[in-house]
Ligand binder design. Sequence first.
Ligand code: ATP
Ligand code: MG
Length: 138
Amino acid sequence: MSQRTFSIIKPDAVRKGYTAAILAEIEKAGFKIVSIKRMSISKAQAEGFYHVHAARPFFGELTDFMSSGPIFPMVLEKENAIADLRTLMGATDPAKADEGTIRKQFAASIGENAIHGSDAEETAAFEIGYFFAGIELK
Ligand code: ATP
Ligand code: MG
C-alpha cells in the first residue's frame, strides 16, 4: 500500500547546489514527489519542528543550522516510503552511512547531513502538517 513521508533538503545541501542531484536520487528510488517548495524558516519554527529533541545538547546548534538558509521541504509517496527513505538517506552520521546513500554522497558531518526523513507514521503526519496545507497535497 502506498504511504507518504516527509523530507527536507537541508540548508547545507541547498547551499552546495546539491538539490537537483538529491531529487534525482529520490526519483530514481521510485518516490513520487507529491509536493515541494523552497522556503526559509525562523529559529522558532525550527524549534517547533524538532521539538522532540528539545532536551538534547545539540538542539541549539541544530535549530540554528536549520534556520540558516533556504530548505526544500517535500512530501514523498511510494510503497513503504517511511522506511525506504531512511534507507536511501543513510546513517545520521555520514561517516557511518552506507555507500550510495544520500548522506554518504552529499553530507559533510552529523550536524550538516543534507537531508531529513520522518522516522515513523505519527512523525510523518505531524511533519507534513507542519509544512503543508491540505490543498498543497492533492
Ligand atoms: P533527521 O531527523 O534530520 O532526519 P535523524 O533522524 O537521522 O535525522 P535524529 O536523531 O532525529 O537523526 O537527529 C536529528 C538531527 O539532529 C540529525 O539529522 C542531526 O543533524 C542532528 N544531530 C543528531 N545527533 C547529533 C549530534 N550528536 N551532534 C550534532 N547534531 C546532531
Ligand atoms: Mg530524526
